[in-house]
Design a protein around this ligand. Structure first.
Ligand code: OAD
Length: 244
């Protein structure tokens, strides 16, 4: 994939960039994207039927086990060249915000600093009753662990279907989107709101919008530059051309 010359020239003069990432950026680390089929035992469940408050209320153990499997997969693998290219991009900019829908924590692990985790982080747990306790994940054997403060169940610190995003996080994402000169949408199917609307907001405010994805998405026809291919190949090449 050739990086368009006009894009390189524009980015060389840019100081404010916002990047939205989705599951596609972690695919090259070996993690399945959200909409890929599930493996083995889990193939009989749809993620949409496990990642809900109702599923946890019905069968906390089942939901814990599913997140434990996803967390272990994330712990076994590591960030890839796409994540590291975004760390490098941040080093060259005064104003850089990385907005991610991923819960794997790979952007921070790679070294990105200004990261907004829209859907939470699988490495943390919080009180199911909302008493405010947030802790890092502890391995559990048989029982779903209890909140040390109020004894309710602990649950993964992620946003489930039907739940609201943290207001502080989404407000910060909007601010970065409104103020950026270039907005990147990387490895996301651009289907889930409110993340999917950010690219449109950026465009309306005059930013150029760049999509990096293996396949076309509902956003593709509306972006200034659509770069089709693997994020782990395109991002390092782009960063090298602009700031290398
Ligand atoms: P999806 O699984 O919907 O989309 C992943 C996108 O990445 C697809 O468009 C793929 O074509 C693309 N892709 C795959 N491999 C790639 C690669 N190596 N390089 C570039 N692109 C690649 O995942 P998301 O868009 O992240 O929310 O899904 C958004 C949200 O939907 C998730 O965070 C989840 C779900 O509802 C919650 O759990 C709240």
């Amino acid at each position: 994939m050739k990086i368009p010359k006009e894009l390189v020239q524009f980015l060389k003069k840019t100081t404010r960039i916002a990047v939205l990432t989705g599951a596609g950026i972690s695919a090259e680390s070996g993690l399945k994207t959200f909409r890929d089929a599930q493996d083995g035992h889990w193939s009989k469940y749809r993620p949409e039927d496990l990642a809900t408050p109702q599923a946890f209320a019905r069968d906390p153990r089942l939901v814990w086990d599913w997140y434990a499997m996803r967390r272990n997969k994330a712990a076994e693998a590591s960030p890839n060249l796409g994540h590291f290219a975004l760390v490098e991009m941040e080093r060259h900019l005064n104003d850089f915000t990385l907005i991610t829908q991923n819960v794997d924590g790979y952007h921070r692990q790679a070294g990105s600093k200004n990261v907004l985790e829209l859907h939470g982080n699988i490495q943390k747990v919080k009180c199911y009753d909302g008493c405010g306790v947030v802790e890092s994940w502890e391995e559990i054997d048989n029982e779903v662990p209890r909140c040390p403060n109020c004894n309710a169940y602990l649950r993964p610190d992620v946003v489930w279907f039907g739940e609201s995003l943290s207001l502080g996080v989404i407000n910060a994402a909007h601010k970065a989107t409104l103020e950026c000169q270039a907005f990147f949408s990387v490895g996301t199917s651009a289907l889930v709101q409110p993340a999917a609307s950010l690219a449109h907001t950026a465009r309306q405010r005059g930013a150029i919008v760049v999509e990096i994805n293996l396949d076309p998405t509902p956003l593709t026809s509306q972006v200034d530059f659509a770069l089709h291919g693997m994020a782990g190949e395109i991002l390092p090449k782009l960063v090298e051309k602009v700031w290398g």
